[in-house]
Structure formats: C-alpha cells, structure tokens
Design a protein around this ligand. Structure first.
Ligand SMILES: *Cc1c(COP(=O)(O)O)cnc(C)c1O
Length: 395
C-alpha cells in the first residue's frame, strides 16, 4: 500500500488543485441526450429526475432545483418567513453567500462564534445569545440591542461537518424560529445517522464547481413542507400565475436550474458513494500523517458526525500558530493549491460586527489551512502534498 517517500518526493507533472470536478462518462451521455433532444432549458426530464434523485440521496422531502446554492438560500429564507428588517442568526465562519441571502430578503445576519474543534456554529453560544441578548415581546423574539425580530437560524455544516442539530432545533422550537440549513458543503454528511439538509425546516445545497457533486453551477432547496416547496417552485420560476396570459402574482426570480445542468447532476449523484469513499481515504491518509505532528491539530469530528470530507482542513499550532498564509505561499511555490478559511463575516466591512465574542473564528482564520482534497487526487499526488507540508513544518 505505502509508496516509498523518495518516490513521491518527485514533483508531479503539474499543479495540484484544491478541489476540482470529477466528471464520469455517464455525464457525457446524459448531457448529449439533452443537447440532441433540444431540451436544454429549465424544463425537462433531467430537472425533475435530479430533484427526485437528490431526495432519494438525502432521504425524502420535496426538492426544488435552483440556479445555484446562493439562490437556494435566498428562497429558503423567504419561504421560511424571513421578512425585511428581521434578523437571521448564523456562524461568522461561513461563505459570504449565507449572509448575503439574509440581505437579499432585506433581513440582517447576526453572527455567532464557532466551535474550535469542528469549526461549525457553537450551539451553546447560540443559546446564550438567545437567552441573554434577546427577549420575547408580543410573541416575537426581539434582539434587545437592535430592537429587531430574530426570525430564523441558519446553521452551516461548514466543510462538511454537521452542526449539533438536536439542541439547536430545541432552541428553535422554544423560540419559534425557522431553521434554514446551509448544507451547501455537506451533501453526504450525516448527524446521528440523519443526512444534513434534512434536519431543519429547510435545507439548501450547492452544486458549484468545487463542491463534492457539481452541475457546473446549481443548487437545491429541500423541505418536508409541501406548501413551502410549492412556494419555492413558484418564486424561482418568475411567480407565474398564468403562463399564457403572462400574469405574475409576486416579484419572482429567474432561479431555475437548466436541464443541461441537471443532466450533469444526475450523473454526479450516481457516483456520490464513490466520491465519499475517496474523500474518506484522503482524510485518513492526511490524518495518519498529521496526528503525530506537534505543530498541527488534525480535525476532531464530533462522535455523532459523519462528514463528507469535502475539504481536509487542519489547524497550525505551537510554533506554527497563526502562520496559515506562510504555509499557503510555501505550497504555492511547490505548485500545490492550499487555502485559508473564508474570512469571518464580522471582519468584513459590509458585515462588520463586534468581534469580542467571536474569537474562536478569528483564531481559526489565522491558523487553519485546507489541503488538496479532490476526489481524483492520486495517492502519489497526496504523498507529494504531505511531504511538502512536512518539509515546511520541520523547517
Ligand atoms: C458554496 C457555498 C454557498 C453558495 O453556493 P453557490 O452554489 O456557489 O451559490 C453557500 N454557502 C456555503 C457555506 C458554501 O460553501
């Protein structure tokens, strides 16, 4: 099994990317079928099939395909009842699309810190915020410092690791908050055996190019609530009341996925189990090496978590603490793409918020590094990545 180190120290032929699509032969067949049938746009058998296949993958619900994950989050929040001037609680460590989706609704994101072990929304800090910073007034939960209604929570299963959803749903029940899961990075992950994206009131997925399953660009809304799914379908297709008379009953959106993209998605979903296996293998090879490195904290998934291993990410510590940028530049010089975490939302001018209660996210941002995790990463390439990381750690 083990390739001798001197063998893999040689430079692979080309650049090793962070996470790239892995397109199967079936995809060509399905896409060709679309192209030759002329059904290329947002109506067609593959859109319906992709929605059905996704619900089969995540264990039920009503699914509505969208043009991308961001659109799914926007419509997910709308159907869950988020209104202008409301607030949506979410982790500060996420991709900007989560916060933007709240703003598209005219609502405001409020940021919560993350758990330093799993990088996801800290539910006990969420609880403290709700109990100490908010008050119930005329059956609404009000943020005492802004006077706005807290309407929803958006847990993000960041890097594929599920949020601790049971206590989060208890809080949501207690305060009557809607829960819209940002499951954009977590297709294939599960919480206590239950798939992410199916744990809140609405789940949103992304099929962007770097996600575990891709349609080029695409997204999906999944919910058990039939009326919400119908509303989502209506809003994502320009809110058409009468297609012949062109009567539109609301300000809708042109957010539907095309048949070509859905065809690609159907082929990708067929190989998801294979992708998950590949990611598990990649994760265990990295862990095997890094668990004994003093200046690295390998990921520590929660006991109840099954993660999809989307992007292998470790944290630099001891003498290498805070040096994410240095490692990334070093790897770049070795033709390896590595990445920092997203900049925490509260550290960006558009979403500036007091960071004194968001310190774990700030610390991770300086010290966490994601390594190449493509499902088609070869053992040889991974060996090269590992030897380069070790070279930097030992320097
Ligand atoms: C990718 C991603 C999104 C947005 O998905 P797109 O399909 O790129 O619009 C939202 N949230 C998170 C956490 C993501 O990683």
């Amino acid at each position: 099994m083990k390739t001798p180190l001197k063998d893999i120290r040689r430079h692979p032929a080309s650049f090793i990317p962070l996470s790239v699509p892995n397109i199967s032969r079936k995809a060509w067949k399905y896409v060709e079928d679309c192209l030759s049938s002329g059904w290329v746009s947002s109506v067609g058998k593959y859109v319906t099939r992709f929605e059905q296949d996704l619900t089969a993958t995540v264990g039920g619900g009503h699914a509505v395909a969208t043009i991308n994950g961001t659109a799914a989050l926007h419509i997910g929040l709308l159907v869950a009842g988020v209104q202008p001037e409301d607030e949506v609680l979410m982790p500060t460590l996420t991709f900007v699309a989560s916060a933007n989706a709240a703003r598209y609704c005219g609502a405001y994101p409020i940021f919560v810190d993350v758990d330093p072990k799993t990088f996801v929304m800290d539910v006990s800090k969420t609880k403290t915020f709700l109990e100490e910073q908010c008050a119930v007034h005329q059956s609404h939960l009000i943020n005492k410092s802004t006077g706005r209604i807290v309407r929803a929570i958006m847990p993000v299963h960041f890097l594929g690791h599920p949020v601790d959803m049971d206590p989060l749903m208890e809080l949501a029940d207690r305060y009557k908050l809607a829960v819209v899961e940002d499951a954009c990075e977590s297709l294939g992950s599960a919480y206590k055996g239950r798939p992410t994206g199916r744990l809140g009131h609405v789940g949103c997925f992304s099929f962007n190019g770097n996600k575990i399953v891709t349609t080029g660009g695409g997204g999906m809304i999944v919910t058990n609530n039939k009326a919400w799914a119908d509303r989502a379908r209506y809003l994502t297709t320009q809110a058409k009341d009468d297609p012949k008379e062109y009567i539109h009953g609301a300000v809708g959106y042109n957010y539907r996925l095309t048949n070509i993209q859905a065809a690609l998605g159907c082929a990708q979903l067929e190989v998801l189990p294979k992708f998950l296996k590949a990611k598990t293998l990649i994760t265990s090879r990295y862990n095997e090496t890094f668990k004994n490195e003093e200046s690295v904290q390998a990921p520590i998934p929660s006991l109840w978590a099954k993660t999809n291993g989307w992007l292998y990410t470790f944290v630099l510590r001891e003498k290498k603490r805070g040096q994410a940028n240095q490692l990334i530049s070093f790897l770049e010089s070795k033709k390896i793409e590595a990445r920092k975490l997203f900049r925490p939302m509260h550290m960006m001018p558009i979403y500036r918020q007091d960071g004194s209660a968001l310190q774990e996210a700030e610390r991770l941002y300086e010290s966490a590094v994601s390594l190449p995790s493509s499902t088609n990463l070869t053992q040889r390439e991974q060996g090269y990545v590992i030897s380069c990381v070790k070279e930097w750690l030992d320097a």
